[in-house]
Design a binder for this molecule. Structure first.
Ligand SMILES: *Cc1c(COP(=O)(O)O)cnc(C)c1O
Length: 366
């Protein structure tokens, strides 16, 4: 008997290339698109180690935990790094980026996370991209949490290295990821003697052995199941329409903010301005008398499949994350999440109005 997951025909180079082309269409890019055979951390790290080195002066924007990691990699690669940290309840402004350029005119690399699922904010990449272009710096963007939830347009925004993963708003697999690479970025990597080569992290290896060789022969065995899942998820997005998928995420975020505010009990949107709130996930602040981690545990005890999590690390006390992405970008996931949080708050003696929350979600969804 053949097994549907195990006994598959080989995944051909032609199919692999076709899936890359599908990713390029999703991003509306004419840049090279490489599918990388690992979670998004693989191209995120590979791109920094290839494009940055001892001569690099980087502006690293920290709006959540990933920005911190990028700064560590940049320093490890020998770059001089200027960090801008932005409080998690807001987004970075293009003026802050311009001010950093004025202070450090030698900046030639900018790393930014587009949307942060972990902190619930999203950054104005189009405006920032304009500033980065004027500076002439290389622009590196982590769009793992934004792709599928809001527009991600590397060419229009002047992004040189744009990393995506499928497991958040795209509703796809976690084990493969992709990066679009501009000509400028390839040139920077080629000129970097410390760029990884003959390495799992090497983007240049894939350029030489795959892209420049006409994508006729795969340099390694393809991650077959993940590739099939990625193709299926791209096909589903195309069938639904990317605009409809992003609209669903935007609505889920708006409904969660409206519902949490109407629920009461001291719960409020963590990101102050709705314009700075990521469509992929909504973070909520709990009142100081309560512990977010405990409320989430109580809510999950009642509904284990709900897309709820406490904030990471020190945020576990004060932040609840509603991960309304992918298959959970639905009105029912938002309704059920707020109902469970309402019950958990009520059990702690908080005064909540679950019916007002329900109506607010319903209104916002329409
Ligand atoms: C989830 C996430 C990642 C990590 O993706 P993995 O595929 O788990 O490595 C990176 N950046 C951001 C902004 C994310 O939200």
């Amino acid at each position: 008997m053949t097994h549907p997951l195990l006994d598959l025909p080989p995944l051909t180079a032609r199919r692999f290339a076709a899936i890359e082309d599908r990713v390029a269409r999703l991003l509306d890019t004419r840049q090279d698109v490489l599918i990388t055979q690992g979670e998004a951390l693989l191209p995120l790290e590979g791109a920094i180690r290839a494009a940055a080195g001892p001569g690099t002066v980087a502006l690293n924007v920290i709006t959540g935990p990933y920005g911190q990691t990028f700064g560590d990699w940049l320093r490890d690669a020998g770059a001089t790094v200027h960090d801008i940290s932005v409080p998690f309840h807001t987004a970075v402004r293009a003026e802050q980026i311009r001010a950093a350029f004025a202070e450090h005119p030698e900046i030639d690399f900018v790393s930014l996370v587009h949307a942060e699922a972990a902190t619930g904010n999203t950054n104005p990449v189009a405006e920032i991209g304009e500033a980065v272009r004027e500076q002439g710096a290389l622009f590196y963007l982590d769009a793992v949490a934004s792709v599928g939830a809001e527009p991600v347009l590397p060419d229009a925004w002047g992004v040189d290295l744009c990393v995506i993963g499928a497991q958040k708003a795209m509703g796809g697999p976690a084990g493969v990821s992709a990066i679009s690479v501009s000509e400028r970025a390839w040139a920077r990597m080629a000129a970097n003697p410390d760029a990884p080569r003959r390495s799992y992290l090497s983007l240049l290896d894939w350029k030489e052995r795959w892209l420049d060789a006409g994508r006729r022969m795969l340099p390694h065995a393809p991650a077959q199941l993940e590739m099939l899942a990625l193709d299926a998820c791209l096909e589903r997005i195309e069938a639904d329409g990317l605009d409809a998928v992003t609209a669903r995420h935007r609505r889920a975020a708006e409904a969660t903010r409206a519902g949490a505010s109407a629920l009461g009990g001291g719960l409020e949107p963590y990101v102050h301005d709705a314009a700075d709130a990521a469509p992929v996930a909504t973070t909520l602040r709990v009142p100081p008398s309560l512990v977010a981690r405990d409320l989430v545990a109580a809510a999950l005890a009642a509904g284990p499949a709900l897309p709820l999590a406490a904030g990471g690390g020190a945020l576990a006390a004060e932040m609840i994350r509603v991960n309304h992405y992918g298959p959970d970008a639905t009105e029912s996931a938002v309704q059920d999440s707020l109902a469970a949080l309402g019950a958990a708050l009520a059990a702690q003696g908080a005064a909540v109005d679950p019916e007002a929350a329900r109506q607010a979600v319903e209104r916002a969804w329409r």
